[in-house]
Design a protein around this ligand. Structure first.
Ligand code: ATP
Length: 272
């Protein structure tokens, strides 16, 4: 590979050391969002350094998905700034332009709860859609990368299959490949295993853990607390749209300072 080429199997900038670097990839300040009278996000701050994983946890309806969608430009916050990498900084309070929001979307890639694959497109076409149609990169180059990524997740032979021919776990692996093919600076996961049958959950979590070990920078919304403890460098607990507690996974998940965090963690660990 010549200098400047991008190895699609590696995170941008190469593998980060364990624990990440000190270089910020995502800096979010004062993120606020209302849907009508409902204040869904209240001045949320987040920071993730290169090679780090942030796990965002919280009760249903606390604003986790909305926060991710704001980071990805799929939703427009009313206030706050979002910086991704060294060259994209969007201040929503002063009215972000379409070009700025598009730049934000270009830097991060989202893996959705329900896979969101195009049902009428093959696996390969699903992976090519973003890089070729949206990013306008050369089809031949992207196809080679997509096949490499599909091989990595054990789906090379499914390139011409349609989503309905795949298991949920396989569909979600395609969802992850589709995100990686965008060469994102930041990967966003929205409860990536919540739609899966229990026996397929470990398969997808294992793949995400591998990516984390390789130094991909990620924000993961999850209810899988054991997984969050193993993979995340920081856990952020939000409730009613506001950050209640943040810290090392062992502290937040085993010895939380806040009563609301303790109750939430207990409910997830002991639902009955
Ligand atoms: N497009 C929308 N229009 C109106 N209200 C919305 C919209 N999207 C989300 N909401 C509301 O915002 C609140 C937060 O929703 P969000 O999906 O972000 O929560 P969540 O923490 O991800 O929940 P869950 O764990 O159940 O997925 C909810 O009350 C939801 O009904």
């Amino acid at each position: 590979m010549s200098p400047g080429d991008h190895d699609v199997l590696e995170p941008p900038g190469g593998h980060a050391p364990p624990g990440g670097t000190g270089e910020p990839v995502l800096v979010v300040e004062g993120l606020g969002k209302r849907f009508g009278d409902h204040e869904v996000l209240r001045s949320v701050d987040l920071r993730v350094n290169r090679g780090q994983v942030l796990a965002l946890i919280g009760p249903s309806g606390s604003g986790k998905t909305t926060a991710l969608r704001c980071l990805n430009g799929l939703e427009r916050p009313d206030t706050g700034t979002v910086r991704v990498g060294s060259d994209v900084a969007v201040d929503f309070a002063t009215g972000a332009s379409r070009t700025q929001v598009a730049a934000l979307r270009d830097r991060s890639a989202m893996v959705f709860q329900h896979y969101n694959l195009f049902p009428h497109k093959t696996v390969l076409e699903n992976v090519l859609e973003g890089p070729v149609v949206v990013q306008r990169r050369p089809r031949a180059e992207v196809t080679a990368e997509a096949l490499e990524l599909l091989a990595r997740v054990g789906l090379a032979e499914k390139r011409d299959a349609y989503p309905f021919e795949l298991s949920g776990g396989q569909q979600q692996r395609v969802g992850i490949v589709r995100a990686l093919a965008l060469r994102p600076t930041l990967l966003l996961f929205d409860e990536p295993t919540s739609a899966l049958d229990p026996e397929l959950v470990g398969d997808v979590l294992g793949l995400i853990k591998e990516l984390a070990d390789e130094g991909w920078t990620m924000v993961i919304v999850t209810h899988e607390l054991q997984f969050a403890r193993e993979v995340a460098h920081e856990v952020v607990f939000i409730d009613e749209g506001a950050v209640v507690e943040r810290g090392h996974p062992d502290q937040v998940l085993r010895a939380p300072h806040e009563e609301r965090t303790r109750q939430f963690v207990q409910r997830l660990l002991h639902p009955f």
